[in-house]
Structure formats: structure tokens, C-alpha cells
Design a protein around this ligand. Structure first.
Ligand code: PEP
Length: 250
């Protein structure tokens, strides 16, 4: 099988004032070379903190990313931030299509695909999120829904270097609930097959993260599942110790 270096990425969502930069510095200090050799580590803070964090993360094992971007490079889009602006602030990647963006801002698969292309245009990696709702899982449609999201949200041109897929069941985000290891195994295998069929060796090598209520206590079990190449972590990424505890599960 292809060797894939895992990625543990933290999504701070709309959390963090300047006072939180201390917690971030602690994370940078404590992220050892050994840990970083085994696992790529990234924090995606609110855009207001991106520049400061990128500066304090220099020459450490931590990289920083954005949580969303506009699809255009610049222009009359009040309040929006382009991928180029994120890159200019020190981001190396951007999350696109998070379920909170899909739900709160009506983002469709087409929107998400355009944002992924915007990320690549700016030289950023795209972390493309997919995942079924509780109703869809109960109806036995989880695999079908996620396959459809992959087809619509992952553009032509995705490679193992420019794209990461994050499988985040909507009902597991911020709820403390997680799928069983068997459900995660089945979904990640299906995602791998879909990616490999479409992107060949790039699909074989693309990282597929699991996200949804990952904590230090459940990270080892979830991250041991085949085709789980890391985690996208919300709540538990706000504390340096929790984030490092998850990353150490590899
Ligand atoms: C997320 O929002 O990407 C997420 C996985 O959140 P949490 O870890 O808090 O469930």
C-alpha cells in the first residue's frame, strides 16, 4: 500500500481572540520534532488571527490554514476573504465545504468545487469536507450521499499534494457522538475507492481525514482504522494539550 503521512488539523471555527495566541504558542513549543516527523500538524484559526499565528509558527512544526475562502481572487465581495489573501497571511491550506458552511451559508457542491479551485490557484491545499446528516445515515444513504458530494465537490485536477478529503458525519460534529470504527472503516474504504477510480495514483495517495468529536480518549481507535489518514478536530483543537494528545495517537 502507498505510504501516506497523516495530517492532524485543528478547526478553531469562530473561536479565539488575541488572548488565545498564548495557547497557540504553547502548542508550537510543545510540538516535538518526533511528533512532526510522524504527523503533519495544522491549525485553522479565524482569519483575524491568521497573520499573527503564521508569524509565531515560523520554524516550528505547526502550519496554519484558513477555514473558508471566496472563489474569486478579489473584487466587490464585502466581508469575504480570497484564497490569495489567506496565502498572503501565511496560510498553506484552506478548509472548504465544512458542513457549517454548507448549512449556514447554503454552499452547494458547485460552490465548494469552485472554492477548492480558488485554493489551488492561490497555491493553497484544499481540505474538502463531506459527510452525511443523521437522517441520511438512518435512511441507509450515508455512502451514497458522500459519493455524490465527492463527485460534485472535488474538482478535476485534485492530486495527493493539493487536496485532502475530510469525512465529517454532520451528526458527529460537536456532539460527542462518533460512528463506530466499523462504520468509519466502511466509509473511508468507499471514499478511497471513489478517489482511486477517479484520480488513479493521486486518489490512492490522497489523505482522508476523519472529523467529528475526535478527542484524546478516542483518537487512537479512530486513527487506527484503515484509510483514516488523520483527523480534522474542532473543539479539542482549542487546547494545546488535547490537540497534541490526539496527534500523539499515531
Ligand atoms: C469540525 O467542525 O470540523 C469538527 C470535527 O468539530 P468537533 O471536533 O468539535 O466535533
Amino acid at each position: 500500500a502507498v505510504q501516506i503521512k497523516p495530517l492532524v488539523a485543528g478547526n478553531w471555527k469562530m473561536n479565539g481572540l488575541k488572548a488565545a495566541l498564548g495557547e497557540f504558542s504553547k502548542l508550537c513549543e510543545h510540538a516535538s520534532a518526533d511528533l512532526a516527523a510522524a504527523t503533519d500538524l495544522m491549525i485553522c484559526p479565524p482569519a483575524t488571527l491568521l497573520g499573527a499565528m503564521a508569524a509565531s509558527a515560523q520554524e516550528t512544526a505547526i502550519s496554519v490554514g484558513g477555514q473558508d475562502c471566496h472563489m474569486a481572487e478579489k473584487g466587490a465581495h464585502t466581508g469575504d476573504i480570497s484564497a490569495e489573501m489567506l496565502a498572503d497571511s501565511g496560510a498553506v491550506a484552506v478548509i472548504v465545504g465544512h458542513s457549517e458552511r454548507r448549512a449556514d451559508h447554503g454552499e452547494t457542491d458547485d460552490t465548494v468545487a469552485a472554492k477548492a479551485q480558488a485554493a489551488w490557484r492561490a497555491g493553497l491545499g484544499a481540505i474538502i469536507c463531506v459527510g452525511e446528516t443523521e437522517a441520511e445515515r438512518k435512511a441507509g444513504k450515508a455512502i451514497e450521499v458522500v459519493s455524490g458530494q465527492l463527485a460534485g465537490s472535488v474538482p478535476v485536477g485534485a492530486t495527493a499534494d493539493n487536496t485532502v478529503i475530510a469525512y465529517e458525519p454532520v451528526w458527529a460534529i460537536g456532539t460527542g457522538l462518533t460512528p463506530t470504527a466499523e462504520d468509519v472503516r466502511e466509509m473511508h474504504e468507499s471514499i478511497r475507492k471513489t478517489l482511486a477510480a477517479r484520480f488513479k495514483e493521486h486518489g490512492e495517495g490522497m489523505r482522508i481525514l476523519y472529523g467529528g468529536s475526535v478527542k484524546p480518549a478516542n483518537a487512537a481507535e479512530l486513527l487506527a482504522v484503515p484509510n483514516v489518514n488523520g483527523a480534522l478536530v474542532g473543539g479539542a483543537s482549542l487546547k494545546a494539550d488535547d490537540f497534541l494528545g490526539i496527534a500523539a495517537a499515531y
